[in-house]
Design a protein around this ligand. Structure first.
Ligand SMILES: Cc1ncc(COP(=O)(O)O)c(C=O)c1O
Length: 457
């Protein structure tokens, strides 16, 4: 790429937020690398050219290049300048998934999360409530017993024999997955995930020094034959599936497919983990068929982030008691001393009467999914949205590369997630993910900007 092409590739990612300019520039270059717009070998314009084009100081540019060199994404040689030397793929240093969903002042359709805390009931926690905590000093790595009991009781609708002793409260499903991987997968081991999957899970596996291997999916979910083959070939210590409503596709596997997958996993020498973060958002609740079929064969991960509000940072692990003990020991060594008592008390209040609120939330989300599908059919008819069976995001097939479209959308002021962020090896894909849990006027403005891009293009 020449200097102009380099600047064109990073400009959409610079956004128009007020953060420190150096940090924004670093992030923009990293995003252009991860999305494949800048590939290894791409020459970085001389510092003075970049500084002039972006209206920043030369020391700022030089600090950014130093930082990128430090994480292995850039190389430099005296007399030859600097060039991109990493892809952010596979087990190379990579852009954290969470950076991929930073909207930087654009309309945010990238983060799969409720836009605000408006879906929560009125709640309060007072010092008198904290004085009731067990133990009284507030240090409890597995969480408050009443909350663990509620989680166990809700789980008993799809798996028998779960009590509060099987539950660990975590700071969201992300930490739950991180705890499971850290406690059960030694560095260097292989972990099977779906291709595609939750991008943060790929980060967790890599950061733990393990290797994510992706299992192909079709429209109905994981391919059971590929799964069986990869289990045989890789002997993965863990197999982690996003069960019920899948992320990022928003689809639910058919009863037949769930039975086939359960059959393959039943006697496989791997620990099965089901990430059920979206399970309470099935538009027509199916009874969590895979979870039910695997019964006590699986560890489960859940969260209030998608059903209620990400800011609660409340999730959980459901596992056999001895596995809970292993995870808890690891938690104390590596992660934290346990969840916040105050947020657990809020979570307990939020869970009171949640089923009625969920009926409403599912209905609203389904209406928004239909609205977006209709709007896309009218405005962007060559986009092919996957059927939305639940959740709050739509997986959309495109005529061209998803990362390229995400870059173009960014210049139009709309943040969408490139599908490559959800692949085990971050390989390119002709997909994006779009969150539809937004007010209709926001969705309308976003689609107008996206289709305006098209008519001009
Ligand atoms: C499938 C899946 N698992 C886990 C998480 C992490 O959720 P939490 O906010 O509970 O940490 C997400 C969030 O995007 C997700 O989509």
């Amino acid at each position: 790429v020449d200097d102009d092409a380099f600047i064109d590739a990073i400009s959409p990612w610079l956004g128009d937020n007020d953060g420190p300019v150096g940090a924004r520039l670093t992030l923009a270059i990293r995003q252009a690398i991860t999305t494949g717009q800048l590939s290894p070998g791409s020459r970085i314009p001389p510092e003075r050219v970049l500084a002039a084009a972006l209206h920043v100081s030369r020391p700022t540019v030089s600090g950014v290049i130093d930082e990128l060199r430090g994480c292995g994404l850039v190389s430099s040689r005296q007399g030859s300048g600097s060039w991109i030397s990493g892809t952010g793929r596979r087990n190379e240093p990579t852009v954290p998934f969470i950076e991929m969903i930073q909207a930087s002042g654009r309309i945010d359709l990238a983060a799969a999360a409720a836009p605000d805390a408006g879906g929560l009931p009125p709640m309060r926690v007072e010092t008198a409530d904290l004085l009731m905590a067990e133990p009284a000093n507030g240090l409890n790595p597995t969480g408050l017993w009443p909350l663990r009991e509620v989680v166990a009781r809700r789980a008993s609708t799809f798996v028998t024999g779960v009590t509060g002793d099987n539950v660990i409260v975590t700071s969201g499903a992300h930490q739950a997955l991180a705890l499971v991987v850290a406690a059960l997968a030694p560095g260097g081991s292989t972990v099977l995930v779906e291709d595609t999957t939750y991008g943060g899970l790929v980060d967790i596996i890599r950061a733990n020094g393990c290797h994510p291997v992706g299992v192909d999916r079709d429209d109905d979910g994981v391919d059971p034959e590929v799964l069986a083959d990869l289990l045989r070939r890789h002997k993965p210590i863990l197999t982690i599936l996003v069960a019920s409503v899948h992320s990022p596709t928003g689809t639910i596997s058919s009863p037949r497919r769930c039975a086939e997958i359960a059959d393959v996993l039943e006697n496989a020498p791997t620990v099965v983990v089901l990430d059920e973060t979206y399970a309470d958002l099935e538009f027509s609740p199916s009874g969590r068929l895979l979870s039910g079929a695997l019964a006590d064969r699986a560890i489960r991960v859940g969260s209030l982030s998608k059903t209620l509000w990400t800011g609660l940072r409340t999730g959980w692990i459901i596992a056999p008691v001895d596995t809970c003990a292993t995870i808890t020991r690891r938690r104390w060594q590596q992660f934290d001393l346990g969840p916040s008592v105050a947020s657990q008390l809020l979570a307990l209040q939020a869970l009171d009467g949640i089923d009625a609120r969920l009926v409403l939330r599912r209905r609203t989300l389904q209406q928004k999914a239909v609205w977006v599908r209709d709007a896309l059919a009218a405005e962007l008819p060559d986009w092919a949205p996957a059927r939305a069976d639940g959740g709050l995001a739509m997986w959309i097939g495109l005529p061209g590369d998803g990362a390229r479209l995400a870059g173009e959308a960014a210049t139009r002021g709309v943040a969408v997630l490139p599908g490559s962020a959800c692949r085990a090896d971050n390989a390119p894909t002709n997909h994006i993910r779009v969150c539809f849990d937004r007010p209709i006027d926001v969705l309308e403005a976003a689609i107008e900007r996206l289709s305006d891009r098209r008519s001009r293009g």
